[in-house]
Design a protein around this ligand. Structure first.
Ligand code: BTN
Length: 313
């Protein structure tokens, strides 16, 4: 292991505490000079380490997508890339290379971020973009996976940031009327077992960024939770908290909690299906996560998430 990585391990294990250069040098059997050089390299990598003259080093913040930081946070193996077209593609590449699920892959930015229904997902630096690959055996109710992912993100965001979130069926998360999280779920089917082999849950959180960079067309729809550099929570902390919540939710009953957060219930909506738009009223959500719609004239329909999107009016 490089001295830099060893110093990082020490500082991570005592985050927020002042650790003397001599103590680190003694524990790693190296010189204080080597510790000082390693700290400079870590600072260049983006770790916020303050040096306190005569007393030592304090790791204040570790918002760096490095294997050492992420593996200490995540409950499953995690891969990180600085930049990619899409973590959905990275996840599939890793599967093709023989990596075993479960695992996650996280990126600092995406230049081809993918959204639902063939849309794109704006993914600049400062956001959290990751895909979690889950084996089918760990998903007792595949139909509810997407719903559980939005609840996982909502719970983790509320716990770590104190914001109140609301969910737009099926899995967009809103804060103060603007979308801050998008989720895309893809299944890989086992043709022989005719069941779900694996699922890839892609989650994008607009954690922090520069509001003036938001493209004009989506400016009134999406928002960053924090302006650039102002997030109290790191990308790794948030992604790992969402991942833990997602695994914890599998096999439990969570539909009532989801229902309570789903702000679409009770609203007049426009249902967009196969290019056709129809106005209706969302009067409920059944236990399978289907949104219940009543159209003018009394016709009723239970919508499943697949190829449908809704707009609230
Ligand atoms: C949507 O809002 O329509 C879904 C957006 C999903 C975005 C995430 S970001 C991580 C993963 N990689 C992608 O390309 N898409 C998902």
């Amino acid at each position: 292991m490089l001295v830099k990585d060893e110093v990082l391990q020490v500082l991570l294990s005592r985050k927020g505490e002042c650790v003397s250069g001599q103590e680190i040098a003694d524990s790693l059997s190296c010189s204080r000079m080597a510790v000082s050089k390693a700290v400079s390299q870590l600072q260049d990598d983006g770790f916020q380490i303050s040096t306190q003259k005569g007393s030592g080093y304090v790791l204040d913040r570790a918002d760096v997508l490095s294997p050492a930081v992420l593996s200490a946070l995540f409950p499953i193996p995690v891969y990180a890339v600085r930049e990619t077209s899409s973590t959905m593609i990275e996840a599939k590449d890793l599967l093709n290379k023989g990596v075993d699920a479960p695992f996650a892959v996280i990126a600092g930015r995406q230049d081809g971020g993918r959204g639902r229904l063939g849309r794109s997902f704006f993914s600049p630096e400062g956001g959290v973009y990751f895909s979690i690959v889950i084996p089918g055996r760990d998903i007792p109710s595949p139909d509810l996976l997407t719903i559980s992912a939005s609840l996982a993100a909502s719970r983790a965001i509320e716990r770590l940031t104190g914001f109140t979130t609301a969910i737009k069926w099926v899995n967009d998360i809103y804060i103060n009327g603007r979308k801050v999280v998008g989720i895309l779920t893809e299944g890989i089917v086992d043709m022989e077992l005719s069941g779900l082999d694996k699922a890839i849950v892609g989650i994008g959180v607009n954690l922090s960024g520069n509001s003036s960079d938001i493209p004009y067309e989506i400016r009134d729809k999406m928002a960053f939770m924090y302006e650039e550099g102002k997030s109290p929570v790191t990308r790794g902390e948030l992604a790992s908290a969402i991942t833990k919540e997602l695994f914890a939710l599998q096999g439990t009953r969570f539909i009532d909690e989801y229902r309570a957060k789903c702000f679409v219930i009770g609203l007049d909506v426009t249902v967009i299906k196969a290019g056709r738009e129809r106005n209706g009223h969302a009067y409920g959500l059944d236990d399978n996560g289907h949104l219940l719609i009543e159209y003018p004239g009394g016709e009723k329909e239970a919508l499943s998430s697949g190829e449908v999107s809704i707009r609230f009016r």
